[in-house]
Design a protein around this ligand. Structure first.
Ligand code: GL2
Length: 863
């Protein structure tokens, strides 16, 4: 640089170097500057939305300064970098998170503190309330659920730990749909989150990558072997344009980058079409480019197999790899060192095409020998599996695939051929095995590409996301691969969550109380959550218990406010008894395997039991002894095409209608469905829970991450022995969790039995199902919920509701006893749970990935 830019120019530049704001004055100058110039507004028409934008732009300025420094530092040191490829990043809101993570100097000059107080005070002086300003930010909801939120937690932790890491994804114009509930039914409306623009994104029109689809393959050398360098003559070209989102770490000046791609038409114009008079069509075709990144597919744990989805995947992989390689080439190192410079993590199989694309680039463009290239590929990639459910595993019909990506299909066939040769060498004549592990499935009516198998073959490590799940993949879906590769290729990294968002941001009162209790008012423990164990000493202290309980009560009031708002200003939960009402919450995607149906059946059972006691002449007080106050709170979206899940939502709302309007039961039971569950609602809901439900059929939920969030906020769990519940139990102790139900090793047999024997209904469930079938909750259409009851009675009860229902109810009774009968015990359990939740910080995950999979080290800012 010194040689290129003359000294006098450098002097002028450095004289005017942009500085970060560090005090109220500095912030206010920035803020007003952005209002008056960037937004072209004035004091007189600056509303909360404009204030949100100006605040974000001002904070972003500071982040960009740190971002530049971080990127320069990394370029100078040129360490190994991590690239986290995820089709989903469920980021939620950015401003509050940035305020918490970004530090400014303390007013007394003695050290640093979070910038939140400074900005709050500055806004106050300018006539705005930070709370109102924060509320103006729409959620960046570019994900479906746990998988996308995990990616968001991971980028936070990577920045916090100064890992040189970038996230790569897609900039969907429409995130996950907004859910409305109309007459009890889910109605989807588009989430055009970019309506007012997004102050957090930096559009980089200068960074654009051409991406090709369709066309045919040519081998200019005349060599007919598909292993020879080939030329792919594409039929359609679009441009990938980069949009960057700064990702600030906590208590560090490191700011990493999340790069999302948007599809745009190329400026090339189809003159042939134009000249033939087809101007309109030639423009239309260009326009279609933008549809690639228009919308996030709203399926969670389900593979739909649509061509546009495959297009999204290739578009994103091609653009990201191009970017990664461009950066690698700057250091002029030989290709053999690529895996020492680059680690690419595949978040599920969605980015598996990147494996094939890298092989294509190395062989076709860089002219490396096939095997040398493949060696580099495998050392570069690693793959995280997030599910064992068949319906979620990605497969592509070879016809569709070959049409869109003809050269990639050839490469996959060749990769498979060499892989199967290796297998055959190890296990001669085991034809069955060859068929079972082949990347190409000989299915009818058409062959399919098994993306998970391709990801395994193309990676050096494969990990599951919780211990139980990582064991299960080895004994079920990937069993044969363990035989081929040995155990060592398969490992576990149990999921985690960022305590900055899920404790500090969502529950500032609890974060503060913890800081006081463990003598850490600066909240450094958020960087080392093992320090929470010091809380255990206070678990029996009545004063501390009272403070703890007060925080919970205040959070419950906030949730009650939210519920009142969605109910047109009318309270559903009795305000006077909030601290005496057990908030029992299940919020997550609606899925049969997650068993919201079992939860609502339990609610119906309770309701009927209360009614029966009243009918038998018991007083409400007597009934309350057996069935004390409870609010059953639900939230979550169903995939738009998932009939059963939508019916579950309707049932919950129909039950709510009956129960909440039944004067006779006098508020002993309330049922609430919170529409449009998203990250910012989660930040209000989770801190308010007494109990949360994680009740999937054993062996189906790979990990779950909301279970960790609830525990971190002092809620207790009722759950099955599934996913991360197992390790949560190990960490917090089995006395502090309410486990029930059959174990995963029994599931297969139970399912088998259901097929051949008349379903044996436990009496409790029988009563509930009969009540539903009677039309009690849908008098106008008595058979409405028949598919739900039939799936249990007639269709084999695949999710084993009938097998777990009795132990579920019994465990709920135990919950009531402890919550209402031994409140101090309850609070003690809550404190002890938080004391031992440290393991589930996503910082721990990133350390494990860095050490055991990526082999990367932090690049710390100079002190
Ligand atoms: C999921 C799993 O269902 C969930 O149990 C897990 O916690 C997350 C993150 O690992 O991944 N798999 C998946 O396909 N989705 C998930 O949320 N959508």
């Amino acid at each position: 640089i010194d040689n290129i830019i003359p000294l006098h120019c450098r002097k002028v530049w450095s004289k005017h170097q942009v500085k970060k704001f560090e005090d109220n004055e500095g912030f206010q100058q920035r803020f007003i500057g952005h209002v008056e110039t960037t937004l072209a507004r004035s004091l007189y028409n600056c509303d909360d939305l404009a204030a949100y934008e100006a605040t974000s732009l001002s904070v972003r300025d500071n982040l960009i300064i740190n971002w530049n420094a971080t990127q320069q530092r990394i370029t100078a040191r040129d360490p190994k970098r991590v690239y986290y490829l995820s089709l989903e990043f469920l980021m939620g809101r950015a401003l509050d998170n940035a305020l918490i993570n970004m530090e400014v100097e303390k007013p007394d000059g003695k050290g640093m503190e979070s910038s939140r107080a400074l900005v709050s005070k500055s806004l106050d002086d300018l006539g705005f309330r930070l709370e109102d300003v924060l509320e103006k930010e729409p959620d960046a909801a570019l994900g479906n659920g746990g998988l996308g939120r995990l990616a968001a937690c991971f980028v936070d932790s990577m920045a916090t730990q100064n890992i040189p890491a970038w996230g790569y994804g897609l900039r969907y114009e429409y995130g996950i749909f907004a859910q409305k509930i109309i007459d009890g039914y889910q109605v989807e409306t588009p989430d055009y989150w970019l309506n007012f623009g997004d102050p957090w994104e930096i559009e980089r029109n200068e960074i654009h990558v051409p991406v090709t689809f369709y066309g045919y393959v040519d081998r200019p050398s005349g060599d007919t072997s598909t292993l020879a360098p080939s030329e792919w003559i594409g039929g359609e070209r679009v441009l990938a344009v980069a949009y960057d989102f700064p990702v600030p770490g906590y208590k560090t000046s490191t700011v990493n980058n999340l790069r999302l791609w948007k599809a745009k038409p190329t400026t090339e114009f189809d003159f042939a079409k134009f000249n033939s008079g087809d101007y309109k069509n030639s423009v239309d075709q260009q326009q279609r480019a933008e549809s690639i990144t228009a919308v996030l597919y709203p399926n969670d744990n389900f593979n739909q197999g649509k061509e546009l989805r495959l297009k999204q995947q290739y578009f994103w992989c091609a653009a990201s790899l191009h970017d990664i390689i461009r950066r690698f080439k700057k250091s002029h190192k030989p290709w053999s060192e690529f895996p020492e410079q680059v680690a690419i993590q595949l978040n599920d199989t969605h980015p598996t095409l990147a494996v094939v694309e890298l092989q294509r680039i190395l062989v076709d463009m860089e002219k490396l020998d096939w095997h040398a290239a493949w060696d580099i590929v495998v050392k570069t990639f690693s793959y995280t599996n997030h599910t064992v459910m068949q319906e979620a595993l990605e497969k592509w019909p070879v016809g569709l695939f070959g049409k869109l990506l003809p050269r990639h299909l050839e490469i996959i066939y060749d990769v498979n051929w060499f892989f199967l040769k290796e297998v055959e060498k190890k296990f001669p004549k085991d034809l069955g095995l060859l068929g079972r592990v082949s990347i190409i499935e000989e299915a009818s009516p058409e062959r399919q590409i098994r993306m998970a198998f391709l990801a395994i073959v193309g990676s050096h490590k494969v990990n599951g996301v919780a211990e139980l799940h990582s064991e299960l993949i080895k004994t079920t879906i990937f069993q044969d691969f363990v035989k081929v590769y040995g155990e060592k290729k398969f490992t576990n990294v149990t999921n985690g969550i960022t305590p900055r968002r899920w404790l500090k941001q969502a529950n500032p009162k609890l974060a503060e109380l913890i800081g006081q209790a463990i003598d850490d008012p600066d909240e450094n423990y958020l960087l080392d959550m093992s320090r929470l164990t010091e809380l255990a000493k206070k678990a029996d202290d009545p004063d501390f218990q009272e403070k703890w309980d007060k925080v919970k009560a205040a959070n419950k009031v906030q949730l009650a406010d939210l519920i009142r708002d969605i109910n047109n200003g009318v309270d559903i939960i009795d305000r006077e008894h909030i601290n005496n009402t057990l908030f029992d919450i299940q919020v997550k995607r609606i899925h049969e395997y997650k068993r919201q149906q079992m939860n609502i059946f339990g609610v119906i059972y309770r309701y009927l039991a209360i009614k029966r006691l009243l009918k038998e002449g018991a007083s409400i007080k007597e009934v309350a002894k057996k069935y004390p106050r409870k609010a059953s709170i639900f939230g979550g979206k169903s995939a738009p095409g998932y009939y059963m899940a939508k019916l579950i939502i309707k049932l919950i709302n129909s039950v709510a209608e009956v129960v909440n309007n039944d004067k006779e039961i006098q508020d002993l039971l309330k049922v609430v469905f919170i529409p449009d569950y998203n990250v910012s609602k989660a930040e209000i809901i989770i801190p308010a829970s007494d109990l949360s439900e994680h009740i999937s059929t054993a062996g189906t939920e790979a990990s779950g991450t909301s279970n960790m969030k609830f525990v971190m906020n002092g809620g207790l769990i009722i759950g099955t022995v599934d996913g991360a519940n197992v390790e949560i139990t190990r960490e917090i102790g089995e006395d502090n969790i309410f486990l029930f139900g059959n174990l995963s090793e029994n599931v297969e047999e139970l399912r088998y039995n259901h097929q051949f024997h008349e379903a044996e209904m436990p009496t409790e469930l029988d009563v509930v199902l009969k009540c539903i079938e009677s039309g009690k909750f849908c008098p106008d259409n008595a058979s409405e919920f028949r598919p739900l009851t039939d799936s249990i009675k007639q269709h084999g009860d695949y999710y084993l509701v009938s097998d777990d229902f009795e132990s579920y109810l019994a465990t709920q009774e135990l919950v009531d006893e402890v919550y209402h009968g031994q409140r101090q015990e309850w609070i003690k359990k809550s404190i002890l749970s938080v004391a031992n939740v440290g393991f589930f910080s996503s910082d721990r995950c990133i350390e494990e990935y860095s050490e055991t999979i990526w082999n990367v080290e932090p690049v710390k800012p100079e002190e």
